[in-house]
Design a protein around this ligand. Structure first.
Ligand code: PAF
Length: 283
């Protein structure tokens, strides 16, 4: 496995692969890898001749009060895990390589699907994500790129950007990976104390409860949300950021589930903000 730190070197590598007729799968990450990242690599491996993973903690997608400085980082461990999973190249640029001028004067703003859910509580977050992902696409020039469905709104934002800007890359979603007890895998789970780790189970349990109620015929959004709220608030350190049910592709608010819907939630457990979601297919 190769570790590449500069844009020039990354571009030369891509050029040589493309000249040799090889397809490139790209897994963008912020590092501190866990099994969910490795499941992205697994799909990329299966669909492409070569796999590039970027590891870059992107300052532009963190708010001023957020955890950019303390976001967990461990490049040695990440390299071992990535190599074991079959990654060919890790692209790990310094912040100054990606942002010679910070903040950049050009940014990508996706409208319409970024004002709600995480976009509402994290203003500017999706502009930071879309901007860095477009830059990474332009540097790595992959044939396919892989995004986890845990960041459901992010996946929609990237798809919208790719469609609106005619980017020559196929976006491949990968299902949420969960711990055995249901907690969605996340690098931020590392922040949780053992007691908080236990409380964090409320997120996936609330979603499961919603799914069961829905399967038993409950389609009213307000009742489903009330039930999930009650479950989450059983935990002493839980503070709800949002619990919402919206149209699965437009993110329009719903009062009743009559078609594909996403149940999305963000909850703070102590100081750690966790997100999770569930897709309901509708009738
Ligand atoms: O999902 C993430 O880890 C990040 O938002 C991404 C896509 C790597 C952009 O920084």
């Amino acid at each position: 496995m190769e570790l590449i730190k500069t844009i020039d070197q990354m571009r030369s590598w891509t050029e040589s692969q493309r000249q040799a007729g090889k397809t490139i799968g790209f897994v963008p990450t912020m590092g501190y890898l866990h099994e969910a990242h490795l499941s992205l690599v697994e799909k990329a491996r299966a669909q492409n001749d070569t796999v590039v993973m970027s590891i870059f903690v992107n300052p532009m997608q963190f708010g001023p009060q957020e955890d950019f400085a303390t976001y967990p980082r461990d490049l040695d461990r990440d390299c071992r895990l990535a190599e074991g999973a079959g990654v060919d190249v890790i692209f790990h640029p310094e912040p100054g390589e990606i942002y010679p001028q910070y903040p950049p004067l050009t940014a990508v703003e996706v409208k319409g699907i970024t004002e709600c859910l995480c976009g509402k509580s994290r203003p500017g977050h999706f502009t930071g994500v879309a901007t860095v992902v477009l830059k990474l696409f332009n540097i790595v020039q992959p044939h396919r790129a892989y995004f986890g469905q845990k960041d459901y709104q992010q996946l929609l934002v990237i798809r919208q950007m790719v469609a609106d800007l005619n980017l020559p890359v196929i976006i491949e979603p990968v299902p949420i990976k969960r711990e055995e007890d249901g907690l969605a895998m996340s690098s931020r789970n590392a922040y949780l104390s053992p007691a908080e780790r236990q409380e964090a189970l409320a997120l996936s349990q609330a979603l499961q409860m919603c799914k069961n109620m829905y399967s038993n015929g409950e389609l009213r959004v307000s009742l489903l949300i009330e039930a999930m709220k009650a479950r989450i608030l059983q935990e002493p350190s839980a503070v709800i950021d949002y619990i919402e049910i919206r149209h699965a592709t437009t993110l329009a608010p719903l009062t009743e589930i009559t078609g594909p819907a996403v149940v999305a939630l963000a909850v703070r457990i102590g100081k750690t903000r966790l997100i999770d979601n569930l897709l309901l297919e509708g009738n």
